[in-house]
Write a protein that binds this ligand. Structure first.
Ligand SMILES: O=P(O)(O)O[C@H]1O[C@H](CO)[C@@H](O)[C@H]1O
Ligand SMILES: O=c1cc[nH]c(=O)[nH]1
Length: 264
């Protein structure tokens, strides 16, 4: 493919990503070097808007692994999926942060999302609201196995993806204490429905990928415990991001070992 396939937003082309089939997708561009460091070799690729990228190599993964930040929120994540799919990427793993709403989940634990509540608007541009936002079973298995093998505390289950950080996640410290009526009491409702945590991109990732025939999953580090307060812990994140990177890399290795031989 010629460089005319340079994708408008992510600033990448097929030749730049060297046939990568997997992408690790953090929200925060600063997580790209952290994820890169989990691989034996990695090099920066491009920086375009919120999309910072690197290409990583692992001896036991047949193609390079792309790492690309998506910024905050579902619209920019959906743009990244569309543009990378055009370049041949097929497996999309979000490597994010999240706020727990269940009391048995501790700061620094990882949450593997099996499915996510669609409290965002982007996914409805791809499929009606009745369409479930579910992750790839094979990728969930690879994530669980990776976390177990590395001895990293983790949970798997439902998450909730909100278009806003404050009202949609019913944060009591929102400016002027403003939470619209439709979100009042929702944190407790999701908690009683066994939702594990809030973040902002999972459901769009799962719906867009399912709709387009791609595979997706998500692992997030818990940086807030909402029954303890609204604060997000930088100290916890500083340690947990390395656990996230190790689990992501090991999950790709395990998934790729099984995916070899599958039709492209
Ligand atoms: O840390 P990342 O991956 O950005 O994920 C979470 O953090 C951001 C909000 O602070 C949202 O993008 C949310 O989903
Ligand atoms: O509470 C949190 C923490 C991280 N990301 C979110 O969206 N919410």
């Amino acid at each position: 493919m010629a460089d005319s396939d340079l994708q408008y937003h992510v600033g990448l082309s097929a030749s730049l990503i060297e046939g990568a089939r997997y992408v690790l997708m953090p929200g925060d561009p600063d997580r790209v070097p952290v994820l890169s460091a989990a691989f034996a070799h990695a090099r920066p690729l491009a920086q375009s808007r919120e999309y910072r990228s690197a290409l990583a190599y692992a001896e036991d993964v047949p193609t390079p692994v792309l790492i690309l930040s998506t910024g905050i929120g579902a619209p920019s994540a959906s743009i990244a999926i569309e543009e990378l799919a055009r370049l041949g990427v097929r497996y999309f793993l979000r490597v994010g942060t999240t706020g727990a709403i269940q009391r048995h989940i501790a700061l620094g634990d990882l949450v593997i999302s099996e499915a996510s509540v669609r409290l965002e608007g982007t996914s409805s541009h791809y499929a009606p609201i009745e369409y479930p936002a579910v992750a790839s079973v094979d990728m969930i298995c690879a994530l669980r196995e990776a976390a177990c093998a590395l001895g990293i505390s983790h949970h798997s289950g439902m998450t909730c993806s909100s278009d806003s950080f404050w009202p949609g996640q019913e944060r009591r410290d929102s400016f002027a204490g403003y939470i619209p009526r439709r979100f009042q009491g929702t944190l407790e409702e999701w908690r009683r429905l066994n939702v594990l945590s809030y973040e902002m991109e999972n459901s769009a990732l799962f719906v867009v990928c399912r709709a387009l025939g791609l595979e997706a999953a998500s692992v997030c580090a818990v940086v807030a415990c909402r029954w303890q307060g609204e604060a997000v812990s930088h100290d916890v994140y500083a340690k947990a991001k390395h656990d996230l990177a190790r689990v992501a890399r090991e999950a790709v290795r395990r998934h790729a070992a099984r995916a070899i031989g599958r039709p492209a």
